[in-house]
Structure formats: C-alpha cells, structure tokens
Design a protein around this ligand. Structure first.
Ligand SMILES: Cc1cc2nc3c(=O)[nH]c(=O)nc-3n(C[C@H](O)[C@H](O)[C@H](O)COP(=O)(O)OP(=O)(O)OC[C@H]3O[C@@H](n4cnc5c(N)ncnc54)[C@H](O)[C@@H]3O)c2cc1C
Length: 301
C-alpha cells in the first residue's frame, strides 16, 4: 500500500497553487497533482490580466508562473499526472490517476473548467480550421479578416473586444436581447467601430470548404466569416468526483466559501464549485479557504 498524505491537491492552477502555499506553510505532507502546471490553468490563456490586485500589464501565463515558482519555493512537490477518479473508503481517499494511484486523508479538488461546445453542424469538422475556443490564442491567425464570436457573457464580449483590435470586422451573435457581460466590457465594445452585435439570433451551422467561410443564422441569413470563436460558457471538470459529491444542474460541485462538499474531507476550490464570480482572485480565495477547512477537518480526526 502506498503512503497516506495529509492532503492531495488535484489541480495546479490559480486555486491549487494558492492552496499549496497555505498547505506548505501549515507544514502538511502533501502533493499537487496536475498534468501540466502551470500551463494547464485557464488563466495561462489570458493575454493580459489587469484585475489581479497588485499587478497590472501582466500576461496570465507570467502570473501563473509566479504562482508556480512561489509554491515551489515553499517546497511543494508536483506530480505530473491526471486525476481520473476519487474514492473514499475507511476515511481515506484514493486518488486514481492515469499513471498511478495516491492516497490521502483530505483532498482539495480544483481542476477548473473547460469551454463548452456550440453543438452545431460544422463545429467539429472545422475545429482548428476556422473554429476556435480561445481568441487570445488564435486571434492572430485572423488578422485583418472577418470573424464571428458566439455568446453573450464576459468571455464572449472580451473575445470580441480583443478581436476588434486585430480583425477587420467582428460579429457578436447573442441569442438574447441583452448581453450578460459586465457593463464596463459592454461599453468598451460599443466604442469600437468595427463590431456588430446581432441580438436574438443563433449560429445554427458552420460552413466552409477547406476552412470556414460562413455561418448560417437561425433567422436564415448566411453571414460571411473567416472564423468562429465559440464563447458559450464553461463545463466544470467534475467527472472524477461525480459519484461522491453533490453537483448542481450544470455539473458544478456544490460548495460555499468554506469549500466543503457533501463528502467530509473533500473540498472544492476555484471555477469548479458553485459561485458567483469565476476569476483568478476568487479562485485564490478558495485555495486559502479550502486549506483552512481541511485543517479543521484534520484537527477533528
Ligand atoms: C481566456 C481566458 C482569460 C481569462 N482572463 C482572466 C482575467 O483577465 N482575470 C481573471 O481574474 N480571470 C480570468 N480568467 C478566469 C481565470 O482563468 C479562472 O477563473 C481561474 O484560472 C480559475 O482557477 P482554477 O484554479 O479554478 O482553475 P485553473 O486555473 O484553470 O486550474 C485548473 C488546473 O487543473 C488542472 N487539471 C484539469 N484537469 C485535471 C485533472 N483531471 N487532474 C489534475 N489536474 C487537472 C489543469 O491543468 C489546471 O492547471 C480567464 C479565463 C480564460 C479562459
């Protein structure tokens, strides 16, 4: 039988790396499991982060590298593996990974969330050939071209704004009559002169030959476009724990600020839990709170 750690942190992004700081300072015997820290963090995709206190003009990747270096400096041990399944038996968690299994008294699960698909014809066929899920990563390939962003939340509006600086023309297609994004972002977008917001409509088909050349809208119109950026929300990566914790209808782990889940000793931090605002700063708060909750749990054992 392999050793039993005090704590396993599953996910080495914003919340996991912050949890690692607190766990290291508490003197825990712990590991962080992540296939690719810190590059796997969704924050690492942010071209520029200017809402994390104390930093301005920093790229998401550089910020995450700072988080990673800080955790390492305090002695955090990283295991490059992917968590596939977590079980609890006789008070001990078995964290089943792609390469090996690990055991611990407590687990902080913080694997984040990934993008949702649009689910329309042509999406899969043209993925990487005009269909993208990351404006910051792929926007450059559409320099001086026409692109269509699909969605209405913060990500969609940020993507449209970002692309308006690179592309000739940007369409933002939103299925409702009002954007859900923060007002400040919407105002910024309205100031651009190469962006058209198409309300009450949907992209129902993505068309092209060797790459995307147009999209079909719900109202029957065909919109000429060189690229489609899908920004229709997040899918929490809660599969490894879905059998042992309560999830909400969208697959998020039900947990409040204490990060406690329906399973004692298992804590959920960051984008993966039910919360109002999914950002780096709120993920960090969760990382710290989750360790405090793990500490209280271990004290009681
Ligand atoms: C393009 C983009 C731009 C953004 N810009 C900003 C911004 O400007 N400001 C801001 O505050 N927020 C921004 N965000 C949101 C921010 O990135 C997230 O809210 C934050 O990173 C959430 O932290 P987290 O720890 O929950 O998840 P993440 O930081 O995404 O970390 C999750 C980690 O879990 C790992 N992982 C995944 N699956 C497994 C598994 N099965 N086993 C083990 N490890 C796993 C991943 O490799 C990753 O390292 C942006 C997000 C995106 C996508």
């Amino acid at each position: 039988m392999n050793k039993v750690y005090d704590l396993i942190i599953a996910g080495g992004g914003a919340s996991g790396l912050t949890a690692a700081l607190y766990a290291a300072r508490n003197g825990y015997d712990f590991i962080v499991i992540d296939p690719a820290p810190p590059a796997g963090s969704s924050a690492a995709l942010a071209d520029e982060v200017d809402n994390y206190t104390g930093f301005s003009n920093i790229s998401g990747f550089e910020l995450m590298q700072k988080f990673y270096a800080h955790a390492k400096e305090l002695g955090t041990q990283f295991v490059k593996d992917e968590v596939q399944n977590i079980e609890k038996s006789d008070g001990i968690f078995t964290v089943g990974c792609a390469k090996k299994n690990y055991r611990a008294k407590t687990v902080i699960f913080c694997a984040g969330a990934s993008h949702k698909n649009l689910g329309v014809s042509g999406e899969e066929e043209f993925a990487g050939k005009g269909v993208s899920y990351c404006a910051v990563c792929d926007g450059f390939f559409f320099k001086d071209k026409v692109v269509t962003v699909v969605g209405g939340g913060n990500t969609a509006v940020s993507d449209a704004l970002y692309l308006s600086k690179i592309c000739r023309r940007v369409f933002l297609v939103h299925r409702r009559s009002k954007l859900k994004a923060e007002r400040i972002l919407v105002k910024e977008l309205e100031k651009t002169n190469n962006t058209d917001i198409i309300y009450n409509n949907e992209v129902i088909q993505i068309l092209g030959e060797s790459s995307v050349n147009s999209v079909r809208l719900k109202d029957g119109r065909k919109l000429k476009t060189d690229g489609v950026f899908v920004a229709v929300g997040l899918a929490p990566r809660s599969l490894p724990v879905k059998k042992i914790v309560t999830l909400d209808n969208n697959g998020y782990i039900v947990a409040d600020e204490s990060c406690k889940t329906s399973t004692d000793g298992l804590f959920a931090a960051g984008d993966i839990r039910t919360k109002r605002l999914r950002q780096i700063i709120t993920a960090c708060c969760d990382g710290a709170n989750a360790v405090l909750s793990a500490d209280e749990y271990l004290e009681k054992q």
